[in-house]
Design a protein around this ligand. Structure first.
Ligand code: HEC
Ligand code: HEC
Ligand code: HEC
Ligand code: HEC
Length: 166
C-alpha cells in the first residue's frame, strides 16, 4: 500500500516536472504594466522606459525608410519576444504592443506574473515567469551581432536606463 502510494507520488512529481518545463508564459505588451508602474509614487518606472531608448527601438527601424522593420535579421533585437509563440511576429497584423524593446524583453513574458497577488510575492512572481535581469539579459542584444555595436559595459549602460521602483 505504502509502496503503491510512493510510486504514484513519484509519477506525479515527474509529470509535474514536465508540465512545468513545457509551460510557456504569454507576452502581453508593456501597456499592461502601465497602470501599476507609472507615476511619481511608483518611481516613474513606466515614464523612464517610455522616454528611453528601448521603447522607440522599432520606430528606429521604420525611420530608416529602407524596410528594415520587415527584415527578421533586424527586427530580432528591436522588438519584444521575436520568434516566441506569443511574441512579436512579422506575419499578420502588426502587433504594435510588442514593437520596441518592451518591459517583457528583460523581465520575461508577463501574462502570469502581472496579477497583483502574484506581483506582490517575489517567489510567486519568479515561479510565474518574472525574470530579474542582469548583464547576460542585456547581452542577448548588446553584442557583436548588432551592426552598430561599439562595446557594452553593464554598469554604465544600466545607469542610463535604471528605474528604481521608489
Ligand atoms: C496589478 C498591478 C501590477 C501590474 C499590472 C504589474 N505589476 Fe509589476 N509590480 C506590482 C507591485 C505592487 C510590485 C511591487 C511588489 C512589492 O515590492 O511589494 C511589482 C513589482 C514588479 C517588479 C519587481 C518584482 C520583484 O519581485 O523583484 C518587476 C520587475 C515588475 N513589477 C514588472 C512588471 C512588468 C514587466 C509588468 C507587465 C508585464 C508588471 N510588472 C505589471 C504591480 C503590478
Ligand atoms: C531585446 C533586445 C535588447 C535587450 C534585451 C536590451 N537592449 Fe538595450 N537596446 C536595444 C536596442 C535595439 C537599442 C537601440 C534603440 C534605438 O536607438 O532605437 C538599445 C539601446 C540601449 C541604450 C541606449 C544606447 C545609446 O547609444 O544611447 C542603453 C543605455 C541600453 N540599451 C541599455 C541596456 C541594458 C542595461 C540592458 C539590460 C538590462 C539592455 N539594454 C537590454 C536592445 C536591447
Ligand atoms: C543582435 C541584436 C541586434 C540586431 C540583429 C540588430 N540590432 Fe540594431 N541595435 C541593437 C542595439 C543593442 C543597438 C544599440 C546600439 C548598439 O550598441 O549597437 C542598436 C541600434 C540600432 C540603431 C540606432 C543606433 C545607431 O547608432 O544608429 C539603428 C539605426 C539600428 N540598430 C538598425 C539596425 C538594422 C538596420 C539592423 C538589421 C540590419 C539591426 N539594427 C539589427 C541591436 C541589434
Ligand atoms: C532593458 C531591460 C529592461 C527593460 C526594457 C525594463 N526593465 Fe525593469 N529592470 C531591469 C533591470 C536590469 C532591473 C534591476 C534588476 C535588479 O538588479 O534588481 C529592473 C528592475 C525593475 C523593477 C524593480 C525596481 C526596484 O526598485 O526594485 C521594476 C518594478 C521594473 N524593473 C519594472 C519594469 C517595467 C514596468 C518595465 C517596462 C515599462 C521595465 N521594467 C522595463 C531591466 C529592464
Amino acid at each position: 500500500m505504502l509502496r503503491t502510494f510512493a510510486t504514484v507520488a513519484m509519477i506525479l512529481t515527474v509529470l509535474a516536472f514536465f508540465a512545468g518545463a513545457a509551460m510557456a508564459h504569454d507576452y502581453v505588451g508593456s501597456d499592461k504594466c502601465k497602470m501599476c508602474h507609472k507615476g511619481e509614487a511608483k518611481g516613474n518606472v513606466w515614464e523612464i522606459w517610455e522616454n528611453g531608448p528601448h521603447a522607440k527601438a522599432y520606430q528606429t527601424l521604420v525611420a530608416k525608410g529602407d524596410g528594415s522593420e520587415k527584415n527578421p535579421a533586424c527586427v530580432n533585437c528591436h522588438v519584444t519576444g521575436f520568434g516566441k509563440p506569443t511574441g512579436f511576429s512579422l506575419e499578420g497584423e502588426a502587433n504594435t504592443a510588442l514593437a520596441g524593446v518592451g518591459c517583457e524583453s528583460c523581465h520575461g513574458p508577463g501574462a502570469d506574473y502581472r496579477p497583483m497577488s502574484v506581483m506582490k510575492d517575489h517567489e510567486k512572481a519568479l515561479a510565474a515567469g518574472l525574470i530579474v535581469p542582469d548583464a547576460e539579459t542585456c547581452k542577448q542584444c548588446h553584442n557583436e551581432a548588432s551592426p552598430t555595436f561599439k562595446g557594452f559595459n553593464y554598469e554604465e549602460w544600466w545607469a542610463k536606463i535604471k528605474h528604481p521602483a521608489e
